[in-house]
Design a protein around this ligand. Structure first.
Ligand code: PLP
Length: 414
């Protein structure tokens, strides 16, 4: 149940960790509502980076000197923290990547030799380009069919249509977003994973948009792969995660080659290390991984269920406030929405809205949100405005946004 005064006190205390949010632009206060693109980094995570560089920094898995050992221990501790954050029992199932995009590409490349004509890869119409294009390209390279599962009118995955696809094709892998980065649809990934598995398909879950505010538990979802990016959950850019069940990671061919992923290198041939190093060629972004683990611990301290509930409250309030503005059309009406919503105003360009909002201190995203198939082929629009609050946003900030939007639309439609 919502406890508004307690929530407000908690949010104000949390904001002290984010000096960036405390900015005044002329007469207006910055309102940052672009958290689906990237979240801000709290002081505790920034301090962890500084501490590592000031006290323990050295390359990992290479030296036997003490700094290298300390740095390696910090990286491996980070792997354990991240594993437990997503309910993975074995830290070796965590591969550090530079983000969700590189993780998905790594899986697509890694499974290439196992795919061919007569097989299919299924994505859904609500995927971000990062979980769409790598599979489309993989199918083009291998001759497998690339199938896009449709949505219902409300913006949920059409389960009946998905079942037909699974019945009629030999599906090797389904790739689902956990939360849409445009509609905010929460996809029932555990249910869809069980369904796909019952037809013998592997499942990759793109948790880029859910990791901060939804329960993400690989043991209960039972997916084969799950990916996410640190910069959408209070960690820095350039670090992300590929989780895989041991057998699902084992069956991937390495696609990036170099130092530390090898066991023996000879003129004639090379053999590879065991997991997870086999999939982490070169010097990993170990400071990023350590910062990501700090962000995991930070989110745990705040309370992940509180984050989910509070952010949902903000989103409902936002939806209600926008719903009262006749000119605004919100895309989709899914069974469950989280993280963000997108809207259009007929006759007004989303860029113009975002630009004028910026002059009034409000940062939102405008554009195609890296989801052209969804916008063009499902909703028949080119661009939208996306608003995505996080747990450090307040109801007052939503009011400031709505007030700014009213002014913006008055100017643009004058
Ligand atoms: N998947 C979804 C649903 C996203 O929203 C994003 C980024 O916005 C990505 C994948 C790609 O994340 P990154 O650019 O951090 O690799």
């Amino acid at each position: 149940m919502a406890n508004i005064p307690a929530d407000q006190a908690k949010v104000l205390a949390l904001r002290a960790e984010y000096p960036i949010l405390d900015q005044q632009w002329g007469n207006t206060k910055l309102v940052y509502l672009d958290n689906a693109a990237t979240t801000q980094v709290p002081t505790c995570v920034l301090n962890r980076i500084i501490t590592h560089y000031q006290t323990d920094n050295a390359n990992v898995h290479r030296g036997i000197h003490r700094l290298s050992e300390r740095s390696t221990a910090a990286l491996e501790e980070a792997r354990s923290v991240v594993a437990s954050f997503i309910g993975a029992s074995d830290p070796r199932s965590i591969v550090f990547t530079s983000g969700a995009t590189s993780a998905i590409n790594q899986v697509a490349r890694g499974l290439e030799s196992q795919l061919g004509p007569g097989q299919a890869v299924v994505v859904t119409a609500l995927e971000h380009h990062a979980n769409f294009v790598p599979w489309q390209q993989l199918c083009a390279r291998t001759g497998a069919s690339f199938i896009v599962a449709p949505l219902t009118e409300a913006g949920d995955i059409d389960r009946e249509a998905l079942i037909r696809i699974l019945e009629e094709n030999s599906v090797a892998l389904c790739a689902f977003a956990h939360v849409s980065n445009v509609l905010g649809t929460v996809v029932p990934v555990a249910e869809l994973t069980a369904l796909a598995h019952s037809y013998g398909a592997k499942v990759l879950v793109d948790a880029a948009q859910s990791i901060r505010h939804e329960p993400v538990d690989v043991a209960s979802v039972d997916c084969d792969y799950l990916v996410f990016s640190g910069h959408k959950m209070m960690a820095p850019t350039g670090i992300g995660v590929l989780y895989g069940k041991p057998e699902a990671l084992e069956c991937m061919e390495p696609s990036v080659f170099g130092g530390e992923m090898v066991a023996q290198v000879r003129f004639e041939a090379t053999s590879f290390e065991s997991l997870p190093l086999r999939l982490e060629a070169g010097t990993p972004n170990y400071v990023g991984a350590i910062a990501l683990a700090e962000a995991c611990a930070y989110l745990q301290r705040i309370g992940r269920s509180w984050i989910g509930e509070y952010e949902r409250e903000l989103l409902y309030a936002l939806e209600e406030k926008l719903g009262r503005m006749g000119a605004v059309t919100i895309l989709g009406d899914p069974e469950q929405r989280a993280g963000c919503l997108s809207f259009v105003v007929p006759g007004v360009h989303p860029f113009d809205i975002a630009q004028l909002l910026d002059t009034l201190g409000v940062a939102v995203r405008s554009g195609n949100q890296c989801a052209q198939p969804l916008l063009h082929q499902v909703y028949d629009v080119r661009q939208v405005v996306r608003v995505s609050p996080a747990f450090y946003n307040t109801q007052e900030e939503l009011d400031q946004f709505v007030g700014a939007l009213e002014k913006t639309l008055a100017v643009l439609s004058a």
